[in-house]
Design a protein around this ligand. Structure first.
Ligand code: BGC
Length: 793
């Protein structure tokens, strides 16, 4: 694959992930012969990504002003001159031209453009564009303050002056997530486009939407509230114990159920064209539901539409949210008048609720209303499924419940949910399908605890078994591992650290094999174990830059492509794009000779201030899980479905929903919310796409570190979901090293705890059998990656 092919993909994916939030007077698209006055410092030096491991290091970035000029627009020369002069004078703060602002831009109305200059520009330019930038990153949450989640007074002043002076004003939001836009309500802004953080092709992608080369088809993967206080999660930030008192009511599940009007609802996004959709051919077989939706482009330009389906489950013993996303699909680009038939399907059992009292997923009796439309607040009823008696879908056991009294869960009692006029009538008139409840059999989850690892003993036949023998079918992995001394076990359970790391980024640059990659596994000539390197994720294959600009590492770092952020990709609701991203990343991994990718990140957008939201996909577990699964398909399997040997590491399992004191913070969550919301994207990714690796989160869940949580790892991930890959820690976590193997966390990264693991093995506090089980799983990953790669060549 040529780099240019991947760059083209990055550009299209970025444009498809931009969300048009407002467009009055058809201000967008702007014809190419109109002159644009371009304001706001991030128009000239953008935020390509947030910072930390989710950032890329060396890519040249197409700035917005460059993208608009590449497209053929003339920019107001005086505004451009003032801005460029300011930007060039501050490029040292921009970490070098074409990279990114390091952390925060503390000035907002930075290039001090006078009122006269704005007025002057409005005389010669037809339209103004103002870009507002926001960024966050690892260990750094936003605050609910001006200049963070809220607009800064200087930004408001700039937008006000410009929108007063110009007849037409477009606002571009180059932001890491949801913003509070209260302070610009009522200003004369025609159009608002959420361009998010979208990689090296940023400016070109913006120009594609602004010019109409691409018709906007992004839809919000997360609700934008009117103000921060509207979120049920607004309390409990800047604290190390975070009670998830909202339970299952996360994102739109809360706004709809409690009747709170958002600024922009989940799934919302405008287009330059219009569509009509019609559902038909409904088939309900057991709990499996299939139907078709015909989408017709009824407007004047070509475009894509996203069909979103939601199900409203009946209340019973358990409270239910007003609706949950159950399936969705995106059309191809339809010409005016063209139509497409989309086939939609889902298993109602996947929408079952978790009854903590009986540790079961159940479908309660009543009417299940299936809706479809192009946003969570613009749907109509498609049909109704009737269940006459309770269906038990899965029987398991409670594994992660918080201690009694930890939570004070909210209830919807007394609140009036969202509704729309005619909703009841639609429900009454809808076709009803009745499920034969007796035909549905419950799945019973196995108890992994019953299968404790057995001590592996060497064969003692005088032979040395190597990993190559396993590959050649002459031995089992267990035969290799059984030979390991305590010392060797302590080595394989830890990553290998490149001690001379002098990268100017201190995260993720510990690999010896590929300088600048995040880390790697133990290698052994004796057992013929090749080294296996991994790099971050998720916005591309990240190679840190070293302080030797001429070195090969830097050149390799530049070769890698910077793709759109997780949120931008999810906003596209496009699973083909997610697969394609995986394919492109696979190629980057091949170019850099790296086996593992530390991505995708599928944590839930629980609170808009979380510094890493941009890396993650959505507030909805289905959307996040599906995107994660399709990225994994693209990395791990080729077009014939054969394994490529490259792998993903789905992270951060689980509940890493805030960066404040992430190393020790404790997410206190009900078992129901865990199973229905926070674990679900991981479950979908694991069961659909079988990633070879999972990365545990830094934080604790209900008092126990995720990384040393037996129930989370051996209990749910392996026991219930059948995960047979490798689990690794996040980098330098705070959990007790020797507790990892027992819980089922195989690999400690980047690997500074050999001695502690060895001590545990010697004094018996770390059972050897558990350490061996981890070694087996690590070597299985090495076999499925290095050996497959070698064989494919
Ligand atoms: C991040 C991970 C990342 C790792 C390696 C950590 O700080 O939390 O997401 O994969 O560093 O760079």
């Amino acid at each position: 694959m040529l780099r240019q092919e991947k760059v083209n993909f990055a550009r299209n994916a970025a444009a498809d992930g931009m969300v048009l939030l407002k467009n009055e007077n058809a201000t967008l698209p702007i014809p190419l012969d109109k002159e644009i006055a371009l304001f706001g410092i991030t128009s000239y030096r953008c935020f390509r990504m947030g910072w930390g491991s989710g950032d890329m290091m060396a890519q040249p970035t197409v700035q917005i002003f460059q993208g608009l000029e590449n497209a053929g627009y003339k920019l107001n020369s005086n505004v451009r001159k003032i801005a460029i002069k300011w930007a060039e004078a501050h490029d040292s703060e921009y970490r070098g031209v074409n990279r990114d602002w390091f952390k925060w831009v503390y000035r907002f109305n930075e290039f001090e453009i006078s009122d006269e200059e704005i007025d002057e520009a409005s005389k010669s330019s037809n339209v103004a564009i103002v870009t507002i930038g926001r960024c966050s990153g690892e260990s750094d949450d936003l605050k609910n303050e001006e200049g963070f989640h809220k607009l800064h007074s200087q930004e408001v002043e700039l937008i006000k002056k410009v929108s007063d002076a110009f007849e037409h004003t477009v606002l571009l939001l180059n932001v890491c997530g949801v913003m509070d836009l209260t302070s610009i309500e009522g200003l004369n802004i025609d159009s608002i486009l959420d361009v998010s953080l979208c990689g090296e092709q940023f400016g070109n992608a913006v120009a594609d939407i602004v010019s109409g080369r691409t018709c906007p088809s992004g839809r919000l993967s997360t609700t934008w509230a009117k103000k921060y206080e509207d979120y049920p999660t607004c309390e409990g930030v800047d604290t190390t114990v975070i009670p998830y008192n909202e339970g299952i009511y996360v994102g739109y599940r809360y706004f709809d159920t409690f009747g709170v009007e958002p600024r922009y609802p989940f799934g919302f996004g405008l287009s330059y064209t219009s569509f009509k959709m019609k559902a038909y051919d409904i088939d309900v077989d057991g709990t499996l539901v299939d139907f078709c939706v015909e989408v017709t482009n009824t407007g004047k330009v070509a475009g894509k539409e996203v069909v979103q389906c939601y199900v409203s489950c009946p209340d019973g013993k358990l409270e239910k949210a007003y609706q949950d996303l159950c399936t969705y699909a995106k059309t191809d680009c339809l010409e005016p008048g063209e139509n497409e038939e989309l086939i939609l399907s889902f298993d109602l059992a996947d929408m079952a609720s978790y009854d903590e009292e009986r540790a079961m997923f159940i479908l309660e009796p009543g009417k299940y209303v299936v809706r479809y439309g192009n946003s969570s607040r613009n749907t109509k009823v498609a049909f109704v499924i009737e269940i006459e008696k309770e269906i038990i879908c899965v029987k398991t056991c409670n594994r992660l419940s918080p201690a009694d009294g930890t939570l004070n869960l909210i209830s919807k009692k007394g609140y009036t949910p969202y509704t729309y006029s005619g909703e009841q009538k639609e429900i009454e008139k809808a076709q009803v399908f009745t499920i034969d409840c007796d035909s549905v059999k419950a799945e019973v989850c196995t108890r992994y605890e019953d299968a404790k690892p057995k001590l592996l003993v060497p064969k003692n036949d005088g032979k040395l078994y190597t990993l190559e023998d396993v590959y050649d079918g002459k031995a089992d992995i267990e035969d290799v591992v059984a030979q390991f001394s305590d010392e060797e076990l302590s080595c394989i359970l830890n990553g290998v650290i490149y001690s001379g790391s002098d990268a100017n980024a201190n995260v993720g640059s510990m690999s010896i094999k590929v300088k600048g990659a995040a880390g790697e596994m133990w290698t052994s000539d004796k057992y013929k174990i090749p080294t296996n390197a991994c790099a971050d994720g998720p916005s591309g294959v990240r190679l840190a830059i070293f302080n030797t600009p001429e070195s090969d590492d830097t050149d390799m770092a530049k070769e890698m492509v910077s793709y759109p952020s997780g949120t931008c990709l999810a906003n596209s609701w496009d699973l083909d794009a997610a697969y394609r991203l995986g394919e492109c990343v696979r190629n980057d991994l091949e170019v850099a000779d790296i086996e593992g990718w530390l991505a995708p990140g599928v944590n839930i957008h629980r609170n808009p201030l979380n510094g890493r939201n941009f890396e993650y996909m959505s507030e909805d577990p289905l959307l996040a899980g599906n995107i994660g699964a399709y990225i994994t398909f693209g990395v791990q399997y080729d077009e014939n479905g054969d394994p490529t040997g490259r792998y993903t590491t789905v992270k951060h399992y689980a509940c890493n929903n805030m960066e404040y004191e992430r190393g020790i913070s404790d997410s206190r969550v009900s078992e129901r919310a865990l199973r229905e919301i926070y674990l679900k994207p991981f479950k979908i990714a694991v069961t659909e796409s079988a990633p070879l690796a999972i990365m545990t989160a830094y934080n604790k869940i209900n008092g126990q570190f995720a990384a040393t949580n037996f129930d989370l790892l051996n209990g749910i991930l392996r026991g219930e979901w059948g995960f047979d890959g490798m689990v690794m820690t996040d980098w330098n976590n705070a959990a007790v090293p020797k507790e990892h193997p027992v819980a089922g966390n195989d690999l400690i990264m980047p690997g500074c705890h050999r001695q502690k693991i060895l001590d545990g093995l010697i004094d018996g506090t770390l059972p050897k059998a558990d350490a061996q089980a981890c070694a087996v799983r690590i070597l299985r990953t090495v076999l499925k990656s290095n050996f497959v790669i070698k064989n494919r060549k």
